[in-house]
Design a protein around this ligand. Structure first.
Ligand SMILES: NC(=O)CC[C@H](N)C(=O)O
Length: 430
């Protein structure tokens, strides 16, 4: 119990029942179920102001035995997922529609969410792929010139769970100390704490292919560029057009918009698209996109990448980078709690410059496992992990993070220009 009091901050621990200690990945979890309450927020819980959404009681039950009473503002039900925290201050709509969050609950560390509602321009894909949103406080009013809907209505219509009134700082500290945890969100009062706890302990995100559910089913052409009103980097394009095939492992649309703005003609293909078919389309370059889950659970995608290596210039982003790491002979591993946010400093080893980057990943490439000739081009300065690779002999480049941002800073946009340069050099030398 002393341990719970230390990590939970202002929490009221109540031991409800004795549980055998649970330890999924060699971590000694607490032996009791512990109910953890956040202190009430004056506006959202006192009844002073009327809330413009329908609320039910909910619980977040984590596999370590902690139980976090909450209120809902999204869909009702019971869902299981991995809980991760995201430190971005803005851009919750882009996060909600990033397919890489499939299988996860996203907890926003920014304590006030929903202020700007949602709008049709900030979508990163056609739907919300995450399993639920966990926040401290939902803004009682929505105000933005682009807003067409409130966050509560948007999540409810899309059947996504959203909960608020939890002590998100205490939960984040717990995830930082113990590593990412599986949890169950439930609005069903008929289910006991024990039932929900057992559910959380019966599932794992490791080893599951989450890409097949989020990838497109057939190829399509992509033509949209970044809206010129918003485009921040128009100087460095050489006016030529390059034909790019983008493997959709859960692609964010801003990757496609940035490639298109840099002058690429893009065909997006499903994750299972055969390498031989891709080569028949005679591309100048291939992009391997971001995507959800464990890169070791999709050996078919690694095989495709292997078959394409050395035949055409390739660029991997996030999941695409991890698949490239494996295809080059390296290994990936699960990080303690990953990187999710818009303020991660990355050093570009070639220029010595530091970029502030947008990140969203739980796995990383182990640089020690890579064969000779593969260069680590970028390093995450928070923990020294591998953030980018290059293998010049095969025209390979990759980034573990998100040069397209959305949401996040634009420091890394130049990586798209580098891909154009790679395709240009390869074309000139062939
Ligand atoms: N954004 C991504 O592509 C995520 C990559 C991978 N699914 C991870 O969590 O590490």
């Amino acid at each position: 119990m002393a341990m719970a009091t230390r990590t939970l901050g202002f929490v009221l621990p109540t031991s409800l029942s004795s549980q055998p200690s649970f330890d999924r990945r060699g971590r000694g979890f607490r032996v009791s179920i512990i109910r953890c309450s956040a202190s009430p927020l004056t506006l959202s819980t006192s009844g002073v102001a009327e809330k413009p959404w329908t609320s039910y009681n909910a619980r977040l039950v984590l596999e370590d035995g902690s139980i976090w009473p909450a209120k809902t503002f999204g869909a009702p039900g019971t869902r299981i997922a991995e809980l991760v925290f995201n430190t971005s201050l803005t851009g919750y709509q882009e996060i909600l529609t990033d397919p890489s969050y499939a299988g996860q609950f996203v907890l926003m560390t920014n304590p006030q969410i929903g202020n700007t509602g949602v709008n049709p321009d900030d979508e990163e894909s056609g739907q919300c792929f995450l399993t639920g949103l966990v926040i401290r406080n939902l803004s009682i009013s929505t105000s933005n010139w682009r807003c067409t809907k409130t966050l509560a209505d948007y999540l409810t219509e899309r059947n996504i769970m959203g909960v608020y009134d939890l002590d998100t700082r205490a939960i984040t500290r717990r995830l930082r100390e113990d590593g990412s945890l599986i949890g169950v969100l439930s609005t069903e009062e008929s289910k006991t704490d024990d039932e929900l706890l057992q559910m959380s302990r019966s599932w794992d995100i490791v080893g599951i292919d989450l890409i097949s559910d989020v990838s497109c089913k057939s190829p399509y052409e992509w033509v949209d560029k970044t809206n010129p009103e918003w485009d921040f980097n128009t100087n460095s394009r050489d006016g030529k057009s390059y034909k790019v095939i983008a493997y959709d492992f859960g692609i964010k649309q801003n990757i496609l918009r940035r490639l298109s703005s840099y002058g690429c003609q893009i065909t997006v293909v499903p994750s299972t698209w055969p390498a031989s078919e891709a080569l028949k389309m005679n591309p100048d370059g291939i992009l391997f996109s971001n995507g959800p889950g464990d890169p070791s659970a999709v050996p078919y995608a690694v095989e495709t990448v292997k078959e394409l290596l050395g035949k055409v210039p390739v660029y991997g982003i996030c999941m695409g980078h991890q698949l490239l790491g494996q295809a080059l002979g390296g290994k990936t591993f699960k990080m303690k709690f990953g990187h999710h946010g818009g303020n991660h400093p990355v050093r570009n080893n070639r220029t010595g410059q530091v970029e502030i980057s947008a990140q969203n990943h739980n796995y990383a490439v182990d640089p020690a496992s890579l064969p000779g000739g593969v260069e680590v081009t970028h390093v995450n300065l928070n923990d020294g992990s591998c953030a980018g690779l290059s293998f010049p002999a095969m025209n390979v480049m990759s980034l573990q993070y998100h040069p397209e941002a959305s949401p996040g800073p634009h420091d890394s946009d130049n990586a798209f220009r580098e891909f154009i340069e790679l395709m240009k050099r390869s074309k000139q030398s062939s």
